[in-house]
Design a protein around this ligand. Structure first.
Ligand code: NAD
Ligand code: 6OD
Length: 501
């Protein structure tokens, strides 16, 4: 297996001098006859060749995961598993720079972002769920019986078995470990399918698993695409007991259908069209800072990010002007430059999608407040997936720009007058993932947070995460909740034991 660093020499020879990213199956790295290209979002350069798993290789990974359930892993005490997961977290931190280089190479995101969010959370996801399983109680009920002797009931948690983990590309390590952490903490084994755009950190984690002493077959990674490829082979595999997925809603629907065969449980974290609601009594500077982050962090590629900004009319023009200044102050550039605050989109394909919405907004008659196109980048970055941070006004809630997830650095800014009106407009959308409410009126904050149909409501903040809390989407944004003890509902099966005394 090879982890690509932009200038790093290959540690396993691929074709020519290109590094190769391989599958991790049963504790070892395995390649495929078929390889696909991984290009840098920064400049379009080919940076690695990635193995694409055949159906037989997915079979092997699932078989390894099944066998590991019957091996030492399946016999470990919770305390032993917890120790191993702490060792994995420590292993990630020990190799922090390798993970950082791999994540930045795959995504092009600023080092400042990946080093503060993606990689630390990758490690934290193992510790938090180790702590959860160590401390969680279960139920106990005493009951009376006609003979007067009674009975007791207690519930025990058992792993669901082999879990298929299907991941997106926007926060690759963070979102993959968000699922693998609790799955392993609960005693399951996993077969992970990272996004074809971001294969490297999942593969690198295999090395860390081995170094930590996690038994072979507990953590497996198979690379490839979705339909008619690795993703489909894994989600339709009868040996997979449960499927956890993060990605687009349309993909989630396909996976849910696949999971219906065998009546297997799914956890789906899917798309959003999140609204920020800015009341005129807000802390103006905090609301601007938070909204800039929620619209533009990670080049707008955060599922929780804001693409609709509702601003109360009294402060609308001032807020828009400040948002425009902030957007125009973003520095697009190389990830390692300390001044860079925005990277490219993940790929040319995704850029085509985002730019199609930029064109559609113009066609629909939007006022382009700032951006709306492709930035002038220096020659060495000209082949990258760059787009301008963009703000529009002048379109209504019914426009495609207000209804469809774009997943880019862009937002439609719209005025509103009353609380009732904004609630109706925010909720009139198929998605329901997250919202950010900006107000100094706490009563209103509670009222509005309760009334917006989302899984996560932030007040005077955005993406402030306590990992013990329920995370997930309402409406078409998801099914199920993960986080803290809520993850246990998906990654374990509760069994009741009733003992007649
Ligand atoms: P995607 O749905 O295109 O791909 C996600 C994963 O599914 C990839 O690994 C892909 O190869 C795989 N896949 C695609 N088709 C498949 C199929 N038929 N069978 C099995 N696997 C298949 O999503 P993406 O473009 O990688 O990520 C962006 C999307 O993810 C956005 O919609 C975003 O909102 C969403 N997202 C949601 C959350 C959340 O927590 N709700 C978090 C991050 C991203
Ligand atoms: O913070 C998390 O746990 C989480 N699942 C974040 C999701 C971000 C979406 O892009």
């Amino acid at each position: 297996m090879l982890i690509t660093e932009p200038q790093a020499p290959a540690r396993t020879a691929g074709t020519s001098q290109l590094p190769r990213v391989d599958h991790f199956i049963n504790g070892g790295f395995v390649t495929s006859d078929r390889l696909f290209d991984k290009r840098s979002p920064l400049d379009g350069r080919l940076i690695a060749r990635v193995a694409e798993a055949s159906r037989e290789q997915v079979d092997q990974a699932v078989a390894a995961a099944r066998a590991a359930l019957r091996g030492p892993w399946g016999r470990m005490s919770v305390a032993q598993r917890v120790d191993l997961l702490y060792a994995v977290a420590d292993g990630i931190n020990r190799r922090f720079d390798d993970f950082l280089a791999a994540e930045v190479a795959d995504t092009g995101k600023p080092v400042s972002l990946a080093s503060h969010v993606d990689i630390p959370r990758g490690a934290a996801n193992f510790k938090i769920f180790a702590d959860v399983v160590k401390n969680v109680p279960t139920e106990f009920f005493e009951m009376s019986t006609p003979d007067g002797l009674g009975a007791i009931n207690y519930a025990i948690r058992r792993p669901v078995g082999v879990v298929g983990v299907i991941c997106p590309w926007n926060l690759p390590l963070l979102l993959m470990t968000w699922k693998v952490g609790p799955a392993l903490a609960c005693g399951n084994t996993v077969v992970v399918k990272p996004s074809e755009e971001t294969p490297q950190t999942a593969a690198l984690l295999g090395e860390v698993m081995n170094a930590a002493g996690v038994p072979p077959g507990v953590y497996n990674v198979v690379h490839g695409f979705g339909p008619a490829s690795t993703g489909e082979f894994l989600t339709t595999h009868p040996g997979v007991n449960a499927i956890t997925f993060t990605g687009e809603t349309r993909t989630g629907e396909v996976i849910m259908k696949a999971a219906a065969t065998g009546a297997r449980p799914v956890s789906l974290e899917m798309g959003g069209k999140n609204a920020a609601v800015v009341f005129d009594d807000c802390d103006f500077d905090a609301a601007i800072e938070g909204t800039l982050r929620s619209c533009f962090a990670n080049c707008g590629q955060v599922c929780l990010g804001t693409e609709r900004v509702y601003v109360q009319r009294g402060i609308f023009e001032r807020f828009l002007a400040a948002l425009k200044r902030g957007a125009e102050g973003l520095q697009l550039g190389r990830p390692e430059q300390p001044t860079t605050t925005m990277g490219p989109l993940i790929s040319q394909e995704h850029r085509d999608k985002v730019l199609s919405y930029y064109r559609k907004a113009a066609e629909l008659g939007a006022t382009v407040v700032t951006g709306g196109g492709v930035p002038d980048m220096p020659d060495d970055l000209a082949g990258g997936a760059w787009v301008q941070p963009t703000l529009w006004t002048g379109l209504g809630d019914d426009s495609a720009i207000a209804r469809e997830e774009i997943f880019g650095p862009c937002a439609l800014v719209m005025p509103f007058d009353t609380e009732q009106e904004v609630l109706r407009r925010v909720n009139d959308n198929d998605y329901g993932l997250a919202t950010a409410i900006w107000t100094r009126d706490l009563q209103r904050a509670h009222r509005v947070a309760a009334a917006i149909d989302v899984g996560i409501a932030w007040v005077n903040s955005w993406f402030l995460r306590d990992l013990r809390t329920p995370f997930g989407g309402a409406k078409q944004s998801g099914i199920g909740r993960e986080g803290g003890v809520h993850s246990l509902e998906f990654y374990t099966e509760l069994k009741n034991v009733c003992i007649k005394l």
